[in-house]
Design a binder for this molecule. Structure first.
Ligand code: FE2
Length: 391
């Protein structure tokens, strides 16, 4: 990322914080990401994959055995990250319809709040379409209030108020005890989650996050910055006031060949979550383990990319602890901004449709998103698109 962009980004965040702390009260205080729920074709097998390949731990379960009649959900946990994998038990289910249309994908990006009723009232008042009215759920461990609104496509934000609950996950869920418990790989929390929207829709959703959720535009990249010889996209990063929640929004841009965002929209059959970036504090160890467990990553940038690292990192080269040769052997990419550097790598899509993938990121001071890596990354994605005949 250029120095100018970084300065702009820092200013934007400061402006956002000022607006919230000095101006009107933050009408949607968010404490963090609560969970991410996938609608999938076979939750039992998906849960096995995320345990075996990504090191998630068995955490909670709801299904026929716990009194759930229409669905099964497995909750997996790794440090602060909670994934919920849900499958319909019958054909006449909106969950099944979602999977039929989109394939396996993210349905719910749940946000942890103090007051789910107020979150729903404030956002629907500002134009959000309701997904779920504030609903009280209780069991012997207390009560939870959840509410929800639609964001891009069929994706939703569910607000979770759990201050009066001390059960394992949500009412209706039981602890999931398993005899099969592969070790975690050191994934800590969700750093950001990216949404792909259609042609010309990015600014509509940027405005939606500003107006409906009180977010600020933290960083912007246009197609002059994000392009290769063949394809292009545009991206704006939205952040809530305390910076805990970051949602970049991408739209396709015109290039000589098909944008990766367009490929996503074609196969997901609409807008949706493109990638989940998970933070680690030891990316070398995490990626070494993930590779050994069968996670597939995008191919390495060329030698010239790694040769240019010392020049690109400049002053941050001195504080860099990792050996570039080791990073290169794992195909990990490196970028820097004014405040530090970051290490990142992207998996191939984790479903048969070329849709959702994961990013593993280790921040060493940098607050950006690896803009300096975009070209190398997109060239790698294009090599995969070419194999699929979708470039
Ligand atoms: Fe990312």
């Amino acid at each position: 990322m250029s120095l100018e962009n970084t300065k702009k980004a820092v200013k934007n965040v400061e402006y956002g914080l000022e607006k919230i702390f000095e101006g009107a009260q933050d009408f949607l205080p968010l404490l963090g990401t609560d969970y991410v729920e996938f609608y999938v074709g076979n939750a039992k097998q998906a849960a096995h994959f995320y345990k075996t390949a990504f090191g998630f731990q068995s955490y909670a379960y709801a299904g026929l055995e716990t009194g759930m009649k229409d669905r099964v959900s497995y909750v997996l946990k790794q440090d602060k990250i909670r994934l919920v994998l849900t499958t319909a038990l019958r054909s006449d289910s909106p969950i099944g319809e979602h999977v039929k249309k989109h394939g396996d994908g993210v349905k719910v990006i749940a946000l942890w709040v103090d007051d789910a009723t107020s979150a729903w009232e404030e956002t629907t008042k500002r134009g959000a379409v309701s997904f779920m009215e504030p609903t009280l759920e209780k069991d012997e461990h207390g009560e939870v209030v959840r509410s929800g609104i639609y964001t891009y496509g069929e994706t939703v934000h569910v607000f979770v108020e759990r201050k009066n609950y001390n059960g394992i996950f949500l009412p209706g869920f039981e602890t999931w005890e398993s005899d099969y418990n592969p070790e975690p790989v050191g994934l800590k929390f969700i750093d950001h989650m990216v949404g792909n929207v259609g042609w010309g829709e990015m600014n509509t959703w940027v405005k939606w996050y500003e107006d409906v959720m009180g977010f600020v535009n933290f960083l912007s990249f246009d197609d002059n910055q994000i392009h290769t010889e063949y394809s292009a996209l545009m991206s704006k990063v939205m952040s809530n006031g305390n910076g805990r929640i970051k949602f970049p929004i991408n739209e396709p841009a015109v290039g000589k060949k098909r944008s990766q965002i367009e490929e996503y929209i074609d196969f997901y059959e609409g807008p949706g979550a493109q990638h989940i970036a998970v933070a680690t504090d030891d990316i070398i160890n995490a990626v070494t383990q993930l590779r050994a467990r069968g996670v597939e990553f995008l191919s390495a940038p060329p030698q010239s990319y790694y040769d240019e690292i010392p020049a690109r990192l400049g002053v941050h080269m001195e504080m860099m602890k990792e050996d570039i040769k080791v990073l290169q052997s794992l195909s990990i990419m490196i970028d820097a901004d004014e405040e530090g550097y970051l290490l990142q790598i992207f998996t191939k899509p984790v479903e048969d449709r070329p849709t959702l993938f994961f990013e593993i990121i280790q921040r060493m001071g940098a607050r950006g998103f690896g803009a300096g890596n975009f070209k190398a990354l997109f060239e790698s994605i294009e090599r995969e698109q070419a194999k699929r005949g979708t470039l």
